[in-house]
Design a protein around this ligand. Structure first.
Ligand SMILES: [Zn+2]
Length: 499
């Protein structure tokens, strides 16, 4: 099959009248339309002059919650307080959640996603995940699956005793209960990972990759992180962790080790091309260079970092040193709607800082993060994903270029060299017309070819209605958690550095 478009973004640059030839899920030829059509005269043709072709977009860090957290009744606040709210999130059936998530991603032009699992309970995680995978498979989106584990600091970072002492006696029992919540034993986690990997990891068609995910630096011991690294390296798969999302996580590292997280992870040998770190807002000035030398990947999450009051990651600096970087929505886009194109726009806008001396981040660089960069940090460099090149997996997106251009737009506007900026400034999910994954059309004229959106929506509504009858409880510990961490704002944890 030949797929063609009036303009395509190839490696972040616009090319007019571009075509690819697709066979058995792979791109076998790519180039000027007349050339490809001459080369494959008998192939079925699909496309149009008023379409803009992109490689499939890669959502480099997310949680597959089906709906945005606000839609699920969880209002935004600081991450450390919000995670407690998230415990009252109405959890949908795993297969339904993943099918709806996958459908929304495809409609957003996302053909591959990273799914960091929020289990209903730690103990049920590995029972849920096969259903999650079934949902994603039904939607047709590729997935890098991250079963998660933590083994420390479930309620507060570092000093739980000090937190308990700060509480009125009426709340101590509630806090102790949160501190003693049963976690997953590491042996059970790695046994569960082994079983999932054996059954589902697909190193040929790359529909599913099973990866390890110690959830975050402050929540995981060094032993656990290193065990995850060994597990992943032995299987040529990857590790993804949340890292340096908030200033309190940065303060935690200095409190425990007297150095930043990145330096510490390097000292224990955890950094390498197998690792992807999500968020990375509170990096030290020399962290990006070290991470680049170690070939570590970063998943940048601009909306989530704003909504959970974490801050703004130094994307310009990360890209300037050549760090492998993808962009992920973290289930927390600005409009609570998993609009990946708008997420790219936000990343671009925030990256260009109000200082003449700062580096510029181009639209092309952001398109690269959303495609080949995301593929690199989510599936690894050995997987041929994220480019419109021969030998690559046939994942592509066609946007409605006429709608993007607007009714006022004279023909020929914008000129090809302006398309990367023009499309990044204007495109949103409503412009996504057709989406192909692995050579199969999954979206045609804005409609999913396999799933009935209305039917799925009705199922989501029915499940949610049962949950919403239970009012969301206020967290009695929230004000105390906030006071506990507020002390850290003044560098109050540095006193423990000698530990
Ligand atoms: Zn996350």
């Amino acid at each position: 099959m030949i797929v063609w478009a009036g303009v395509a973004l190839v490696d972040g640059a616009a090319i007019a009248d571009f075509a690819v030839c697709v066979r058995d899920g792979l791109i076998v030829a790519a180039g000027p339309r007349h050339q490809i059509e001459a080369q494959y005269p008998n192939d079925e043709r699909s496309g149009g002059s008023e379409l803009l072709m992109l490689p499939g977009l890669v959502n480099a860090h997310d949680h597959g919650r089906a709906l945005g957290t606000q839609s699920l009744g969880i209002s935004d606040t600081f991450l450390e307080l919000w995670l407690r709210r998230l415990e009252s999130e109405p959890l949908l059936s795993p297969e339904l959640a993943a099918a709806w998530e996958g459908l929304q991603l495809i409609r957003s032009g996302v053909t591959a996603t990273a799914h960091s699992h929020n289990p209903q309970t730690w103990q049920s995680q590995f029972d849920e995940l096969p259903h999650t995978l079934r949902g994603y498979r039904a939607a047709g989106v590729r997935v890098a699956l991250h079963p998660v584990i933590i083994d420390q600091n479930p309620l507060v970072y570092a000093d739980a005793e000090a937190f308990l002492r700060s509480l009125p006696s009426s709340l101590v029992a509630a806090a102790q209960q949160a501190l003693r919540a049963p976690l997953l034993h590491a042996d059970d986690y790695f046994n569960g990972l082994d079983a999932l990997y054996a059954e589902h990891h697909d190193a040929v068609a790359h529909r599913v990759h099973v990866q390890a995910s110690p959830a975050g630096g402050q929540w995981c011991s060094d032993d656990l992180i290193l065990r995850a690294v060994d597990w992943a390296r032995a299987r040529r798969t990857r590790v993804q962790m949340h890292m340096l999302e908030t200033r309190y996580q940065r303060a935690y590292a200095f409190t425990i080790w007297g150095v930043g997280f990145v330096r510490h992870l390097d000292e224990i040998g955890a950094l390498g091309d197998w690792l992807t770190l999500a968020h990375m807002v509170w990096v030290e000035p020399d962290d990006p260079t070290l991470l680049s030398e170690r070939r570590v990947g970063v998943a940048h999450n601009p909306s989530s970092n704003l909504r959970l009051r974490s801050g703004t990651a130094p994307l310009a600096h990360l890209l300037q040193v050549g760090l492998r970087t993808g962009i992920g929505m973290d289930g927390q886009t600005l409009d609570d709607d998993q609009d990946y194109l708008r997420e790219l726009r936000l990343a671009w806008t925030l990256a260009n800082q109000p200082a003449m001396a700062s580096a510029d981040v181009s639209a092309s660089a952001i398109w690269q993060c959303g495609t080949r960069g995301g593929a690199s940090v989510t599936f690894g460099d050995s997987v041929p994903l994220g480019q419109l090149q021969p030998g690559y997996l046939a994942d592509l997106v066609l946007l409605d270029a006429a709608a993007l251009r607007g009714a006022w737009s004279p023909s020929g506007h914008p000129t090809p060299e302006l398309w990367p900026d023009f499309a990044l400034r204007r495109a949103s999910r409503q412009h996504v017309r057709h989406v192909m994954v692995h050579g199969e059309w999954l979206l045609r004229d804005g409609l999913h070819t396999r799933l009935d959106e209305a039917e799925l929506a009705a199922a989501i509504r029915a499940e949610l209605a049962a949950h919403l009858s239970r009012p969301v409880q206020d967290d009695p510990l929230a004000a105390h958690l906030r006071r506990f961490y507020a002390v850290w704002d003044e560098g109050g944890r540095r006193d423990l550095v000698s530990k």
